[in-house]
Design a protein around this ligand. Structure first.
Ligand SMILES: Nc1ncnc2c1ncn2[C@@H]1O[C@H](COP(=O)(O)OP(=O)(O)O)[C@@H](O)[C@H]1O
Ligand SMILES: [Mg+2]
Length: 161
């Protein structure tokens, strides 16, 4: 299941991230791709805000990984959020070495530039977010594609339509 959202502002992209946050649960894996400046981090900012993160979410380009404490809005359960920027990484092994998988199976894992480490073969159960800049239309125009399989995909469709 795949959905497409048009965003003409950072706020809209953040709100799209917020909406997706409602579908996340312990162990969710969110893989983001799109060119530099597409809005991946802006999307994650909205997502984290909806998970109750009060800190300002920034790109972990140099730190590789940032972690946040949040709350799943529906259940009130505690959420460990791990946010990685794999821009400088080239393999899944490097993602392991960066500590991405060190927070237990209940953590919410979010990875920008995931194709650098996961390639095109996606992990089962993951949610993919692809943000496409449409500079040909206007400077702030983005197409956001979100896809997921199985039950996750149905929930996605229900949440966004
Ligand atoms: N529709 C939009 N959605 C997201 N960001 C936008 C949009 N229009 C303009 N921007 C700007 O584009 C930049 C996106 O930056 P960022 O989220 O860090 O990109 P990425 O993480 O994909 O490299 C921000 O400066 C943001 O204000
Ligand atoms: Mg980024």
């Amino acid at each position: 299941m795949s959905i497409k959202i048009i965003s003409k502002s950072g706020v809209k992209t953040q709100n799209t991230g917020k909406k997706l946050a409602g579908l996340l649960k312990p162990g969710s894996l969110v893989l983001l791709n799109g060119d530099l400046g597409a809005g991946k981090t802006v999307f994650v900012q909205g997502l984290c805000k909806a998970l109750g993160v009060s800190e300002h979410v920034t790109s972990p380009t140099f730190a590789l990984i940032n972690t946040y404490k949040g709350i799943f809005p529906k259940t009130g359960e505690h959420a460990d959020i791990v946010h990685c920027d794999a821009y400088r990484l080239g393999s899944l092994e490097e993602l392991y070495d960066a500590g991405f998988f060190d927070f237990g199976e209940d953590a919410v894992l979010i990875c920008e530039w995931s194709e650098n480490v996961f390639g095109k073969n996606k992990e089962p159960g993951c949610i993919e977010v692809n943000i496409v800049r449409r500079d040909d239309i206007s400077a702030n125009y983005r197409e956001i594609y979100i896809s997921a399989d199985g039950g996750e995909g149905e929930a996605l469709e229900a949440a966004f339509h």
